[in-house]
Ligand binder design. Structure first.
Ligand SMILES: Nc1ncnc2c1ncn2[C@@H]1O[C@H](COP(=O)(O)OP(=O)(O)OP(=O)(O)O)[C@@H](O)[C@H]1O
Length: 404
């Protein structure tokens, strides 16, 4: 699928702090549809800029009645309606829709936690061809419930206790599930997400790792000028190795990898790592023996936090020295630093919604040794920053095929 089609089928998750939000993102991707997760309190502009086809409002630990409970921005409803964007609220997300569109949410007499049975009470795209009367087990986790629906909304499923379990307003393209379809305790949950995305919203599937790989190579080639040099610090772990292999595929030997032996490696780790890089991955790597440098600085230090800081600082100084060597050799300072940042690193570096801390749109990159210096001149290349770990493993298998 070409990058434009991927973008035009984007499913955007607005995160209200549920422990399952990443799982929703992951589940949607497993249906070959690209999805991104941003804070539920993001500005309207940051939502509009992404031009999502579908928006999912996640669950969260809040009450819609709390004064500081997180919500979508003003103008959101107008925006989605005038652009034909479909919206699905899950748990707290459903309650937000109900409350903000003129219905009422109250503390339920029947607070529901754990496995429950729900019954379809009205034929609806969310449940595909399942007819009225179809029962399924779902995972509930809510204290409040939709007590009055906004005008034009219909209940399409109820729990065994009679609480609202699913709602829709087809005309306005708003849908809601009080339960969590993304968890395996809702065995038919994936089917429901599938019906919603493909039958209700008409999303096209087709996002795949091969396209991601080709697109990343294209991006890196476009970004790094022909006389630019790039550094990558390799730990021997999956993330930096995959990132480096990809960048090497894109720019060849203008990538310079460094592996630092800090004297704290496992038995024969240095030999094993270097052999893997050279023999199996054909990745040129310089091994820096900094054992004395690290161990002399760590001598006598017992506080673990202090040790961590010293190690971080010494790593940075080893990378600096490596950069200077390259500058002497090529007559130009390296311009970029490759990092194996993953999507969870990116998401986790945003403050949780409702925490009172402001959401930052500049996502900080925190995947590095002991923190990068604030005045660092190197620009970052983070080719894996939109992928989850298991996606990186798929990506790696593909990359190995691609490189062999
Ligand atoms: N011995 C080392 N030599 C060079 N760089 C290193 C070394 N150890 C760690 N790094 C760098 O620091 C980053 C973060 O280190 P950390 O041990 O937290 O890795 P990680 O998050 O598990 O990722 P990875 O899978 O790449 O190891 C690594 O990705 C790598 O860029």
């Amino acid at each position: 699928m070409d990058p434009e089609s991927v973008k035009s089928n984007l499913v955007l998750i607005l995160d209200y702090g549920s422990q399952y939000t990443h799982l929703i993102t992951r589940r949607i991707r497993s249906l070959s549809v690209f999805s991104l997760c941003i804070s539920g309190t993001s500005s309207l502009k940051s939502i509009v800029d992404l031009k999502p086809r579908v928006i999912i409002l996640s669950g969260g630990p809040h009450s819609v009645h709390s004064p500081n409970s997180p919500s979508f921005p003003d103008g959101f409803v107008d925006y989605v309606e005038s652009n034909g964007v479909f919206v699905l609220g899950i748990c707290y997300g459903l309650q937000l829709i109900v409350q903000r569109l003129g219905g009422a949410v109250r503390v339920g007499e029947r607070q529901e936690y754990g496995r429950m049975e729900i019954e379809v009470v009205r034929a609806c795209g969310l449940f595909g061809s399942n007819e009225v009367g179809h029962k399924q087990t779902v995972w509930m986790s809510h204290g409040e419930e939709a007590a009055e629906l906004p005008e034009g909304f219909e209940v399409v499923a109820r729990s065994q206790q009679g609480a609202v379990a699913a709602v829709e307003n087809r005309e306005r393209r708003f849908y809601g599930l009080q339960y969590h379809p993304e968890v395996t305790h809702s065995p038919e949950g994936m089917e429901t997400l599938r019906y919603f995305l493909f039958d209700v919203c008409g999303v096209d599937a087709g996002w795949n790792m091969e396209d991601v790989l080709n697109e990343e190579i294209k991006l890196i080639k476009g970004m790094v000028a022909p006389d630019d040099h790039v550094i990558c610090a390799l730990s021997g772990g999956v993330d930096s190795t995959v990132a480096a292999t990809l960048v090497h595929k894109a720019i060849g030997d203008r990538l310079h990898c460094v592996f630092v032996d800090n004297g704290l490696l496992r038995y024969k780790e240095r030999e094993r790592v270097m052999e893997t890089f050279e023999r199996d991955l054909h990745l040129p790597v310089t091994c820096v023996d900094a054992t004395d440098q690290f161990l002399s600085k760590l001598k006598g230090v017992v506080d673990p936090e202090m040790k961590r800081k010293i190690i971080g600082k010494e790593f940075i100084s080893s990378f600096d020295a490596f950069g200077q060597d390259l500058e002497r050799k090529f007559g130009k300072k390296p311009v970029y630093l490759v990092q194996g940042t993953l999507y969870p690193d990116v998401i986790e570096s945003c403050p949780p919604p409702g925490s009172g801390r402001t959401h930052s749109h500049t996502i900080k990159s925190h995947h590095n040794v002991g923190g990068l210096p604030k005045d660092m001149k190197l620009k970052l290349i983070e080719p894996l920053k939109l992928l989850f770990k298991d996606e990186v493993l798929d990506f790696a298998s593909l990359l190995i095929e691609f490189c062999s």
